[in-house]
Design a protein around this ligand. Structure first.
Ligand code: TEU
Length: 542
């Protein structure tokens, strides 16, 4: 196995918001094809495609009603095949987003299952009798409410860890598992090069014992899946695993266990939440906490296993707005996040629009929001008597639609995304924040990403080098070193709006700039004066 994915940068496309070509205000596959040259110019070698399968869109594709059909809003299977071919012509691989924990309630398996207890598909899902006339357990669903939905016709409840339109599959059923593997092989045989596995840590659940994540058979199922499907090819697989600790991530990613290439872990992305509560319970956190979380994963998976690296995805607010500065220092902080992340050890994932520094959308009314999680939260918080303004404030901070507004290609009315009104509003900052402008300005965020991707291809130290955190307790500076066979790079960032001076070394050491966000050719590491968000990577001799 070549482990090609260790050298890769993956670009996530959320198709609904990427590029429309048929004027319905919704992105489509032809739109992705149209922008492949742009992605090639950026340098990314792999695209992670958020779901494009047939779906009633309660959760915009994360509720699949047919795993082997393309959502007609996005195009046809011919368009998909064309996309694969056109991507391959540019040496770009495609990995699919697969939701194996649940289906849509419109999937024919569920429509059959609902017909009654004797139906052969009944056991593909999880059904239980009421207990004392109530839900079988107290389990809550991921978007609020109970995880059990009552089915009048049969007098039983079915289980759903997300919305009631997303019934959970029963992985204990062996023929269900075989059907899923067959479907995965269908996509692999078309030429897709791997999968992002949605909430994979949930598939081993034991609902009766209220076990959801990390169930007893989880790794057995993944090993079986690997054997029956992608293990036979040289695939990139990344499991979404909110519950993973570094030790659990070892189980998923140690090569000899034949499970996955890597997982998405979220320890660094939940630091602004009150532990053990919800994403809406926001708290302040300090830079040393962030450094500690990242460093812990870098070290734990440094030798065996592998890390994924990310700040953004379709569920998270835009990082510049979240932990950077989306006004005065948008460009500086955007580049800081890019450099800090891409020079860590692991495979970086970037999310559409990140490369031009897109920011959160200033939503002013709930009617502008489309996301099921946000809408359910809004209603739940209204019932709890939260003022509307406060709920909107939280949604503006953490709501998922922040990441889902249309990609800003140019400064025209709908930002070059579409020529009719898009399904989600276009950010007013597209007048200046757009791809066309980014390509024209030689010092734009775009070119920082382009350079980082090239640095990874050209320098084994970026892929293989050992990681060591520096200045662990410094309140404003995030610094680390990478070392490989006599070569050392030091990366340092001023994670603040203040001017910060610092002495990284006692001896007079000057580093030659490899990449940075202020125009400096060298940095004197024993005497640093860093401006707001100033970030650099330097090569040092030792
Ligand atoms: O997300 C998993 C998940 O746990 C989310 O509920 C996450 O906690 C939340 O979005 C953070 O705001 C995955 C997908 O990435 C998400 O888009 C889907 O809605 C969800 O699974 C269900 O398939």
């Amino acid at each position: 196995m070549s482990n090609w994915w260790k050298k890769e940068v993956v670009y996530q496309i959320y198709p609904r918001s990427f590029q429309d070509t048929d004027s319905d205000g919704i992105g489509d596959l032809k739109g992705i094809i149209k922008r492949l040259d742009y992605l090639e110019n950026l340098g990314v070698g792999t695209i992670w495609l958020s779901p494009v399968y047939q779906s009633p869109n309660f959760d915009y594709g994360y509720d699949i009603s047919d795993y082997e059909a393309i959502n007609p809003e996005y195009g046809t299977m011919e368009d998909f095949d064309c996309l694969l071919q056109e991507a391959e012509n540019r040496n770009i691989k495609i990995i699919m987003d697969l939701v194996l924990n649940h289906t849509s309630d419109q999937h024919h398996w569920f429509l059959e299952a609902k017909k009654g207890k004797e139906n052969p598909y009944r056991d593909y899902y999880i059904w239980r009798d009421p207990v004392n006339g109530q839900e079988p357990t107290k389990q809550a669903g991921g978007f609020g409410g109970s995880a059990w939905e009552y089915d009048e016709a049969s007098g039983q409840y079915y289980f759903h860890l997300f919305s009631k339109h997303q019934p959970d599959l029963n992985w204990e059923n062996a023929s269900l598992r075989q059907e899923l593997y067959k479907m995965m092989n269908y996509w692999l045989s078309k030429g897709v090069k791997g999968f992002r596995l949605d909430v994979i840590d949930l598939i081993g659940k034991v609902p009766d014992k209220e076990i959801t994540v990390n169930g007893p058979n989880l790794h057995e199922y993944i090993q079986e899946m690997n054997r029956e499907t992608f293990g036979k090819s040289d695939a990139l697989t990344v499991g979404e695993a909110w519950s993973a600790s570094p030790q659990i991530a070892q189980l998923y990613t140690s090569p000899e266990r034949n499970e996955l290439s890597m997982v998405f872990s979220f320890e660094h992305m939940v630091l602004d939440e009150m532990p053990g509560t919800s994403k809406w319970n926001i708290r302040a956190f300090t830079l040393p906490e962030l450094k500690k979380a990242i460093s812990k994963w870098q070290t734990a998976l440094g030798e065996t296993g592998w890390n994924s690296l990310f700040w953004n995805n379709h569920d998270l607010p835009r990082i510049i707005s979240r932990w950077g500065n989306d006004t005065e220092y948008r460009v500086e902080s955007g580049k800081m996040f890019a450099i800090l992340l891409h020079l860590l050890k692991g495979t970086p994932f970037m999310y559409q629009g990140e490369e031009i520094g897109m920011t959160n959308y200033p939503f002013t009314d709930i009617s502008q929001l489309k996301d099921i999680e946000s809408k359910m939260m809004y209603n739940e918080y209204l019932e709890k008597n939260y003022p509307k303004e406060e709920i909107l404030r939280l949604l503006n901070k953490k709501g998922r639609d922040n990441a889902r507004t249309p990609v800003q290609w140019d400064d025209t009315e709908y930002a070059g995304f579409s020529d009719s009104e898009p399904w989600l509003p276009v950010h007013a900052d597209h007048k200046s924040v757009n791809v066309e402008a980014a390509l024209t300005e030689t010092d734009s965020i775009f070119y920082t990403y382009q350079k980082l991707i090239r640095l990874r291809k050209e320098n084994p130290i970026v892929v293989e080098g050992q990681f060591r955190l520096l200045l662990a307790d410094h309140p404003q500076i995030f610094a680390y070193e990478r070392i490989l066979e006599g070569e050392k790079w030091i990366v340092a960032a001023n994670f603040s709006e203040q001017h910060v001076s610092c002495r990284m070394m006692d001896d007079q050491v000057t580093g030659e700039t490899i990449i940075g966000n202020y125009p400096e050719d060298t940095y004197r590491l024993n005497d640093l004066e860093l401006r707001p968000y100033e970030t650099f990577a330097v090569k040092v001799s030792f």
